[in-house]
Design a binder for this molecule. Structure first.
Ligand code: NAP
Length: 274
């Protein structure tokens, strides 16, 4: 479709964004649905983002995704927000901006894809990490499980994340072995294992044979944790599922259309391989 003055503009802002797969994801969905729109990634440095967000708001894009480190600022700068951190902005007909968080629900969608019966299998969830993604995932899991344990290198952040949930608990980093042994679901939500970041010797040998192991890192797709869990015959979920489904939920918020997530996986795997 030719880009004209009528073409709608969608963007991702964050730092870094140059490696983001979101433009591949959304531009392909625009083409699938013959929507006259373009999706671009804009680098926005990690300084205070409130001025830039105010300018973007006045500019009136058609939709915006927000990633690290601006999710909290995006929730605050919107006219209304359903969460304290936001990864989606939608412009309403009156020009006001509504903010949403699709990360947690996107993770649940990907978990359902990997293990359709997870709601009956998971009583005790262990979330490793306590950053933005980990807190969104813990919050989404909380209503469906008995306990959500957070284990984080910096224990104060695990305490803060756990204190937001009625069933939140803290597991000490030194006790990861016991945590892996006791959990029905383990979600790895730190940067460990990401390309360019240190790896980690995860205590997968302690897991129950019924455990589900999810890693939200998707570069590389086959992280050391996913490989080790798969080698043990455990149910696994990789990070591409969450990426696709948080994007699909954003697309639904913008257009009221559920895009094709299965085809998206193939497209993103090609993009990751190139
Ligand atoms: P974040 O808010 O910056 O949190 C980073 C987390 O990683 C913190 O818990 C941090 O622990 C931990 N960490 C960093 N270096 C560590 C190390 N050397 N040892 C132990 N822990 C370490 O980042 P985020 O947005 O939550 O993202 C976390 C990961 O999830 C990234 O790899 C990101 O690419 C991925 N992600 C994937 C998706 C998806 O759709 N699949 C979506 C969002 C994020 P401290 O608190 O101790 O610093």
């Amino acid at each position: 479709m030719t880009t004209t003055a009528a073409t709608k503009v969608f963007a991702l802002i964050g730092d870094p964004v140059s490696q983001s797969l979101s433009p591949v994801l959304h531009n392909a969905w625009f083409a699938d649905h013959r929507i006259d729109a373009v999706y671009v990634a804009l680098q926005l440095g990690s300084q205070d983002a409130s001025e830039a967000l105010a300018a973007i708001k006045r500019l009136g894009l058609s939709g915006l995704n927000i990633t690290v480190p601006h999710k909290q600022a995006a929730a605050q700068a919107a006219d209304r927000s359903e969460a304290a951190v936001a990864n989606v902005w939608r412009w309403e007909e009156d020009g006001s901006v509504s903010a949403f968080s699709t990360d947690g629900q996107g993770f649940l969608d990907s978990l359902s894809e990997a293990a359709a019966d997870w709601r009956t299998r998971v009583r005790r969830a262990l979330v490793v990490g306590a950053g933005g993604a980990a807190t969104a995932i813990g919050g989404a899991l909380s209503p469906y499980v008995d306990t959500v344990h957070y284990a984080n290198r910096t224990v104060s952040r695990a305490e803060a994340a756990a204190s937001c949930l009625h069933n939140g608990r803290v597991l000490r980093w030194e006790d990861l072995d016991q945590g892996f042994a006791a959990a029905d679901l383990i979600v790895q939500a730190t940067t460990l294992g990401m390309s360019g970041q240190p790896g980690f010797d995860w205590p997968v040998g302690f897991c129950q044979s019924s455990a589900i192991v999810a890693d939200i890192v998707y570069r590389p797709l086959d992280t050391g944790l996913v490989r080790a869990a798969r080698a043990r015959g455990l149910t696994t979920a990789d990070g591409l599922g969450m990426l696709i489904h948080q994007g699909a939920r954003a697309f639904e918020l913008w257009f009221g259309i559920s895009p094709d997530t299965a085809q998206a996986r193939g497209r993103l795997m090609s993009a990751l391989a190139s």
